[in-house]
Design a protein around this ligand. Structure first.
Ligand SMILES: Cc1cc2ncn([C@H]3O[C@H](COP(=O)(O)O)[C@@H](O)[C@H]3O)c2cc1C
Ligand SMILES: O=C(O)c1cccnc1
Length: 336
């Protein structure tokens, strides 16, 4: 697989040609799961999670040894419309905080032994205000996609992607509205803490941005309404798909990035599960459009990859049960 995407067509082709999960490993994991000392299905979604992971790892009893967290940061021209409760300077300030290990994702990725790296992307060059025209040129989009594409460690056995970018819940909402329709207000949430008047303004900005840009494809939606960190997340999730690295999706922004891939190639997210439903009001609806049921609903509204990092605990638990439990035969327990 190429290390650099030379065009959007290149990415589309790579996604369309990406291998699926290993059917034999998946079947072997299902067989093992059926023999474990519990009533069938008694570990609920933990069973599903272990089998999903086994299929994508190509191993009926996989270990989780090398999870990777990628956090991308960028600035958004649309912040000048007053759509965030925080000023755009916070993006760069938080990048310093990530570097000093002080952010939520540092603590939560560290807790599960997940390697984390921070990738600021041209913080001094915000994308264009998408309420006035496309956020990025095709060249800028491709650059950002490549940053994500190249950041994935081919030796990782799990990927989570996170972001930092003041204004990016407006980008996520605009992407969702463009891809899935409805009213702009259905997709606009409080983000970092807007009041009702702030959310109403945000919905108006989203409505006019989508009407003005009117993107017709997933990649056009990402180019017109995304941001550099949103595109980098999409690039990383896509690369993981081509490398068969399983992904746990994070919140609203991560899911919107992923949705742009699925709009291009429906199987693009087959390797991904939804870590959580965030408190951002439209995140559950977005996940439903993607056909993903969230593992957790904890009221998180931080982004950065934090919800996905918390969900790694569930994957670890699922694998502990799957790999560690005795079978009926081993334990001499009668099957029903
Ligand atoms: C201190 C701080 C740390 C954060 N970490 C993630 N976000 C989250 O909030 C931002 C999106 O919300 P909005 O669209 O309302 O600006 C993103 O940067 C997201 O990652 C943060 C926000 C703040 C203020
Ligand atoms: O859903 C998210 O990831 C989210 C929600 C609010 C603010 N930042 C991120």
């Amino acid at each position: 697989m190429t290390d650099t995407l030379s065009s959007l067509d290149d990415l589309r082709r790579a996604l369309a040609a990406a291998p699926g999960a290993d059917a034999a490993a998946r079947t072997a994991a299902e067989d093992r799961n059926a023999q474990l000392t519990k009533p069938p299905g008694a570990l609920g979604r933990l069973e599903e999670l272990a089998i999903w992971y086994a299929g994508w790892r190509g191993d009926a009893r996989p270990q989780l040894r090398a999870p990777q967290a990628l956090v991308f940061a960028a600035n958004h021209g649309v912040t000048k419309q007053g759509i965030s409760a925080f000023p755009a300077e916070v993006t760069a300030q938080m990048v310093e905080n990530f570097r000093h290990n002080g952010a939520g994702i540092n603590a939560l990725a560290g807790h599960v032994g997940c390697a984390m790296s921070i990738h600021p992307i041209q913080l001094d060059r915000p994308t264009a205000d998408f309420s006035e025209g496309p956020a990025m040129s095709e060249t800028e989009l491709l650059e950002a996609l490549n940053i994500g594409w190249q950041a994935v460690d081919p030796a990782a056995d799990l990927l989570i992607t996170g972001e930092m970018g003041i204004g990016n819940t407006t980008s996520a909402a605009a992407i969702s509205h463009a891809l899935f329709g409805g009213e702009a207000a259905d997709w606009a949430g409080r983000g970092t803490g807007l009041d009702d008047a702030g959310v109403a303004l945000k919905a108006r900005v989203i409505a006019s941005a989508v009407a003005l840009n009117a993107p017709k494809t997933g990649f056009e939606t990402l180019r017109c309404l995304g941001g550099r960190e949103v595109a980098a997340m999409a690039g990383a999730i896509a690369r993981a798909r081509t490398l068969r690295i399983p992904v746990i999706l994070d919140g609203y922004i991560c899911s919107a990035a992923a949705a742009c891939l699925a709009a291009e190639v429906p199987a693009a997210l087959d390797h991904a599960v939804a870590g959580h439903a965030s408190a951002e009001v439209a995140h559950p609806a977005l996940l439903a459009r993607l056909g993903k049921a969230p593992l957790l609903t904890l009221g998180l509204r931080l982004g950065e990859g934090t919800g996905a990092a918390v969900a790694i605990n569930l994957l670890a638990a699922a694998l502990a049960a799957h790999n560690g439990m005795a079978t009926f035969a081993e334990a001499g327990v009668s099957e029903g």
